[in-house]
Ligand binder design. Structure first.
Ligand code: 5GP
Ligand code: 5GP
Length: 208
């Protein structure tokens, strides 16, 4: 039998480097639960179309409900910490991600599954370890974009897309890593479309 069309083509699974989020003019606020570990955190799991566009805010009736994910909250605090200001416990970030992106994959996963699957994806890529094993450390040094991509491809089997942001001195720094995931939200895939890396050929890996 044919599976129902999920209504989108793949997911982006996006990780963020806290050192880069914080090292901007806007700065950051640590969550009320404390300074996050110096490790990649989750930004989100985003349904996408093969033409590069994406659905958003698909179901205004499906509100974020902390009670549905109470068993996941302590894990989310460590692996999906918020860094926006003012300081808060993370619920606002998770609510935004659910309402903007999660509601567009409800044909595949309910709210609990959405957060559970996203956390599981984070556990499948030990990104910081992979980079450090390749001699790429969050030490404010500059690294070749190609070396970073090669290390991640060798370590995970999948080609990432990298986005940079700028520190107050206008240095480009490693900010977000995009992977692609199949419509079940559980298996990494090579990206069906390859957006360009939004980084120069040399970039800083900021301390956190
Ligand atoms: P930015 O403008 O910072 O790249 O993205 C702002 C927001 O737009 C992201 O946090 C995300 O919610 C959404 N967004 C940006 N690019 C994409 C994309 O390629 N796919 C999807 N699904 N969402 C995106
Ligand atoms: P997006 O629309 O890009 O998926 O999500 C970004 C939104 O989540 C923004 O409104 C931003 O203020 C909020 N947000 C809260 N905490 C964080 C965080 O740690 N990182 C990012 N990128 N956005 C956060």
């Amino acid at each position: 039998s044919r599976l129902q069309d999920p209504g989108f083509d793949f997911f982006y699974f996006v990780l963020q480097w806290p050192g880069a989020y914080c090292d901007t003019k806007r700065a950051c606020c640590y969550p009320t639960t404390g300074k996050p570990a110096a490790d990649f955190g989750i930004h989100g799991l985003w349904p996408n179309y093969n033409d590069g566009s994406y659905p958003s805010n698909c179901d205004p009736d499906s509100e974020f409900d902390p009670a549905e994910i109470s068993d996941l909250v302590s894990t989310m605090q460590t692996k999906w910490p918020t860094l926006s200001c003012p300081s808060n416990n993370g619920s606002k970030f998770w609510e935004h991600e659910w309402e903007k992106h999660g509601t567009c994959s409800e044909s595949v996963m309910d709210q609990h599954k959405y957060f559970e699957n996203t956390l599981a994806l984070r556990d499948r890529v030990n990104l910081l370890q992979i980079l450090q094993d390749a001699g790429i450390n969050p030490d404010d040094e500059f690294y070749d974009l190609q070396d970073i991509k090669n290390a991640i491809k060798d370590g995970t089997g999948f080609t990432p897309v990298i986005h940079c942001n700028k520190d107050p001195d206008k240095n480009s720094q490693l900010h977000e890593i995009f992977f692609c995931v199949d419509t079940s939200g559980t298996e990494f895939i090579e990206c069906p479309i390859i957006p360009r890396d939004r980084c120069p050929s040399k970039l800083q890996f900021a301390m956190f």
